[in-house]
Design a protein around this ligand. Structure first.
Ligand code: ZN
Length: 243
């Protein structure tokens, strides 16, 4: 319904943006997660001043661990959601086969509740019940708000999450492949800060809001977590514990 309203707006680009909003938003959130978590991890380890090799190892482990964690979380939740929708679809399919007239009348009621007049609602519902497949698609759309052919793929969602997290996580790690010590720390901080601002701007863009606040917020979160991790890392060092 909301989508229909936006068709009246003159800007087609705006409409287009909303359609793709879900995937784009998920990607930006994934990049943000990877960035914030690995900036903090890398600076936390770097705070203890170990060799660059140790920081690289920690950063890569953080990237792999985080990306798998995001991907498996996404897979599990998406899987649960699609299974739930498939079960609901199956109920509709059975009802349409067993009691087509009940289901047709249910559709008439739905159309009438949306302000369509009785005669037209009858005609529309009858038309939509022409074939069981069309009836199922219509009931899925009207009652469950879904397209039965587009339930989404848990594997694809998991792969996307993995890629997005890894993209964010690799950025602050890059300097450690080329340099060491203070230079690498400074480069991680600069890359982390610039990337955080860009993530904020991207987030503002996909949610259709002004960019200043989300950008400032992202920068604040990234720098606060990195600063805390760095302080903890320097305080703990590498010389303590049983090792
Ligand atoms: Zn139904």
């Amino acid at each position: 319904m909301a989508r229909r309203a936006s068709q009246h707006e003159p800007m087609h680009e705006h409409h287009h943006r909303k359609v793709q909003g879900g995937a784009a938003r998920a990607a930006v959130f994934g990049i943000s997660d990877g960035l914030v978590s690995n900036v903090a991890l890398i600076l936390g380890v770097a705070g203890a001043s170990p060799s660059a090799g140790i920081v690289r190892l920690a950063g890569l482990s953080g990237l792999v661990a985080g990306a798998f964690s995001m991907a498996s979380g996404e897979y599990v939740s998406m899987r649960a959601q699609t299974e739930l929708l498939e079960r609901e679809l199956e109920i509709e399919r059975v009802e349409i086969a067993r009691r087509p007239e009940n289901e047709r009348r249910e559709l008439v009621q739905i159309y009438r509740s949306r302000g369509i007049d009785a005669e037209l609602a009858e005609d529309l519902a009858t038309e939509m019940h022409r074939t069981p497949q069309l009836a199922l698609e219509t009931h899925a759309r009207e009652e469950l708000g879904i397209d039965p052919d587009e339930l989404g793929s848990p594997v694809a969602a998991a792969a996307w999450s993995f890629g997005a997290f890894a993209t964010g996580a690799v950025l602050p790690l890059l300097p450690w492949f080329f340099t060491t010590g203070t230079a690498a720390v400074a480069a991680s901080v600069v890359i982390g800060a610039v990337a955080a601002v860009l993530v904020g701007v991207a987030l503002a863009w996909v949610t259709d809001r002004p960019a200043v606040r989300p950008a400032a917020r992202q920068l604040l979160f990234a720098s606060a977590s990195a600063a805390v991790a760095f302080l903890v890392g320097s305080a703990v060092g590498v010389g303590t514990g049983v090792g």
